[in-house]
Design a protein around this ligand. Sequence first.
Ligand code: PLP
Length: 472
Amino acid sequence: MGTPDQESRQASAYRYLPEMTVATALADNPAEHSPNQQLMPLTARVNALDHLEIGGCDVVALVQQFGSPLYVLDEVTLRTACRHYREAFRQYYPGESLVIYASKAWSCLAVCAIAHSEGLGMDVVSAGELITALQAGVNPKQIYLHGNNKSVQELQLAIESGCRIIVDNWYELQTLVNLGGEQPIPILLRLTPGIECHTHEYIRTGHLDSKFGFDPNQLDAVFQFVSQQPTLRCIGLHAHIGSQIFELQPHQDLGVVMAQWFVKAAHYGLPVQELSVGGGLGICYTEADDPPSIQAWVQVVATSVKTAFQAQGLTLPKLLSEPGRSLIGSACVTAYTVGSQKVVPDIRTYISVDGGMSDNPRPITYQSLYRALIANRLSAPHQTPVTIAGKHCESGDVLIKDALLPEKIQSGDILVVLATGAYNYSMASNYNRIPRPAAVVVKEGEANLILQRETWQDLLRQDRLPERLRSV
Ligand SMILES: *Cc1c(COP(=O)(O)O)cnc(C)c1O
């Protein structure tokens, strides 16, 4: 199954992985590596027990202590990615800039607090993400609310807390006009740039046929309307062209397009000063992925905006970027315990783990590829092709179709899936009434719980049994 493209990527991984020793996959000097180009967290090591160690913690011991499955988040990797973004903007962009963590990648108090402590602002797409960012201590002026169908309550909450609102459509503009009071509401307008990029259809947003943003042929009408609303103050323009992008060209083109929009907005008298180029930089899920570094991406974005604005004779805007995946994707692994196995002669061997599509819905949703290791026997050659199945009642619940693992896998082995920091916990469900796993953050040998494991009681928390349905 899969597209020919995916098949050839898998084939090349086959050739590559037998030679991959853990040592070559591990980073030697963490701070120098662009986390999005690494398969593993930057602090990953093999310890004396031949176990995988992350953030100075033995992953096998973590599972014994905190249970299985377990998300293990490496603080150093996340902080390094934040710093790479901020330092690159300082280096390549002469104007003001703000890096904004797209918290939909993984929204929880600890992750928001780490990003905030690194000087990042926060993108949120719902009231739930908004209150998480506020509770984590993020300054409301650095919180940007996105979404193509925000509710009135969500808009009200954003206005009351003093957040920025990225307006997506006419309906929302009208709603905001109706909600407007004495103080003008600071907004940015999201526009669809009409830029194509090569990524999965579900995560492409910049081309014209997208549910997000104002169509470019509406530009004049939108600017005209907004310029006549005393209760709205349009402080900037926004575009986001997609996710898991490996090309730099789309973002190079975006700067030019957005500078033209700024000229037009200024013509209508809008006080635009912020320009957001969205996120989208890809990460390495398998050794076949080859994304540009964070620094290279920022250089292209910053140079493109700077050059285009200078060419138009405009003052440089405050440059906003909204990375999600490339900040947190490589910082986390998911540890599972191996259970049953099934050998289908001459076809494949299924190795089942104690989680699956409920804690990582990406393979079944996007046919995403992942790599795995046996954390308690790291030096064993990982050369035998097997299929890693989840425990859900769904034939498609396969985490990795052609994983390469040591020859003899035993029940109780700790299997680690790499690069699960982005869009895993945040997309997790209780399908089959399976409680969500716990998550820990690790640093210098210390592990702290950041998300408690759900319990069976949690699963029943919303259930109500009407009197007439109760059995005697
Ligand atoms: C999803 C999203 C992002 C982040 O995308 P990544 O690919 O995770 O960097 C940024 N901005 C907007 C508007 C988004 O919808």
